[in-house]
Design a protein around this ligand. Structure first.
Ligand code: HEC
Length: 154
């Protein structure tokens, strides 16, 4: 019995160490309220109050496959903007999202991304102000909005 039990126990420990794609971490109510306030101030003009965007002009956040991207990539989009052809849920858009690095502080970007992912996406690991801060420093030379290709996407 012991010979079987011990290796199995070891495997279970290994399994516990493997990072999971989507731990069910949710921002708390305060963080969501802060994120919603940023959304209502900053994102609704284009992505609209219901997150559905405007067909052929502004892509939706509601159900967007981009919201499953990692926390750094999402931070980079809000910080430096996005331009040129992008495919969202199979539909191509070709417009410009202006950079918001000079408009929003790191905690505001973290809050709005957590709000958007919780409200319009499947959630996912929390975006922290530290993650945004690192992305801001690492992309300081990015003067033009990203293209999807630069972000490794379509
Ligand atoms: C000036 C209009 C505008 C504003 C303001 C804006 N966006 Fe965007 N956003 C766009 C456009 C346009 C695109 C697609 C860019 C392209 O066509 O290359 C986009 C793309 C995106 C994407 C990736 C594609 C998708 O639909 O999922 C995300 C994520 C995103 N925006 C999040 C935000 C968040 C969060 C805010 C507020 C903090 C925001 N945007 C503010 C216009 C805007």
């Amino acid at each position: 019995m012991h010979r079987i039990f011990l290796p199995l126990f070891g495997l279970a420990l290994l399994g516990a160490d493997t990072p999971k794609a989507d731990p069910a971490v949710k921002p708390d109510a305060d963080a969501l309220a802060r994120g919603q306030a940023v959304y209502m101030r900053t994102c609704i003009a284009c992505h609209q109050p219901n997150g559905k965007g405007i067909p052929a002009v502004f892509p939706p956040l509601d159900g967007s496959d981009w919201l499953e991207s990692d926390t750094t990539l999402l931070s980079k989009i809000v910080l430096r903007g996005l331009q040129g052809p992008v495919t969202v849920n199979g539909t191509t858009y070709n417009s410009v999202m202006a950079p918001l690095a000079d408009v929003l502080k790191d905690p505001e970007i973290a809050d709005v991304l957590n709000y958007v992912r919780t409200t319009y996406g499947k959630g996912g690991p929390l975006v922290t102000p530290e993650i945004v801060k690192e992305a801001r420093a690492a992309t300081a030379n990015q003067k033009q909005p990203w293209t999807a290709a630069e972000l490794g996407r379509k």
